[in-house]
Design a protein around this ligand. Sequence first.
Ligand code: G3P
Length: 496
Amino acid sequence: MGKYILSIDQGTTSSRAILFNKQGEIVHSAQKEFTQHFPNPGWVEHNANEILGSVLAVIASCLSEADVSPEMVAAIGITNQRETTVVWNKETGNPIYNAIVWQSRQTNDICEELKSNGYNELFRSKTGLLIDAYFSGTKVKWILDNVDGARELANEGKLLFGTIDTWLIWKLSGGKAHVTDYSNASRTLMYNIYELKWDEELLSILDIPTSMLPEVCPSSTVYATTDKEHFFGQEVPIAGVAGDQQAALFGQACFEKGMAKNTYGTGCFMLMNTGEKPVKSVHGLLTTLAWGLNGKVEYALEGSIFVAGSAIQWLRDGLRMFNNAADSEQYCRRVDSTDGVYVVPAFVGLGTPYWDSEARGAIFGLTRGTTKDHFVRATVESLAYQTKAVLDAMEKDSGISLKTLRADGGAVKNSFLMEFQSDILNVPVEVPKVNETTALGAAYLAGLAVGFWESQEEIASQWAIDQSYEPKMDEAKRKELVDGWERAVASTRTYK
Ligand code: G3P
């Protein structure tokens, strides 16, 4: 048995490879950013071959820098930006269009048409999602409708669809395995999360042939082995797959019903484990598959915030307010409050709980006294307010009051944000020692499949707190701030 698990975390802006040891500790990691394409306003695309290249490059760097040979790897876990859609020709192995990224709004018109035909409830009742350009289904339809010759090739059974996990496994296995896991399938708008099958009725509405779809497998199982030619002459089992947010839930060891995590990445995604029972949302949350493991599936409630860390990036790159995202904290701490300034970063519309794809960002409460410090602080605070709206919806839908929130992702390094988050939620926030919970979750899933780890109990015992933040704000102050935020959001809405 190899000594390490190699986790591949293929995210929205970069690909990473991380080696974990038996204690669930990071041994080494490598990261590479890749190109973001914005062909039209609101569109976001990636080159799927560039993504593959970045993944192979980080695997090579990670192993060589750590001086770990491929045969020392017991298994590979893959976790990925979810919903991002690749369609490729199975004969040539080439994508027929760029990968359409989860953030991309180019299928808004398709979604509007589906909604005006009255399909929202049908899709919701089968997939747990709602009709929105965020999910893969309308992206596949867009490619088939817009790429020359695509529909004919699809009807001849020559095209394959995959989220990024599927694309990577297909390539790493030398084209042998066309597979995905429950968590990724549940984000496509084509998968029936109650009956656990691709849904013929939805596929026919979207006009997508079944032959394009991957086989859906448990999240912890041997999917394939790497093809020697594509993996340094070694056949290593690819044994764990989960969408990045579900992987983070697993890596945070949120195994009990009612446990929740929030990941502050490009966007911000809060997931609550609801156990073997799916909870249908009436407050704008998504019902989603958490994972398939030990012969059963578990579900989660999810709140998806489209812009979180990318708002800080916007301050850095768009407005040139500082050089490093980490500097944002010192600006936040220079003032006691935003003095009534609110930044609503609805750059690509609003996700949970509003689902308003036409809303756009706005700034409120500017005065002659507003400084850069207030502005930066208001942008950072927007992550906490958006999370508060999600948690409120989650508590109403699940009937569970959250005891603590487990937090991870890049922005947890901003301790001002974590303190403010705890104050605004009135709930303690805990940051674990291993903050790379997404990659760790995929590693755990892979390791469980090959016997590297014995059980979820063993995994849960490895989870340890690094920092804990307790709420200190009084109720009246919290209410005043949150009311101000809600007024600001209400003013950005289009109420379509
Ligand atoms: O649903 C989109 C999500 O999976 C993207 O995650 O970490 O790449 O922003 P991230």
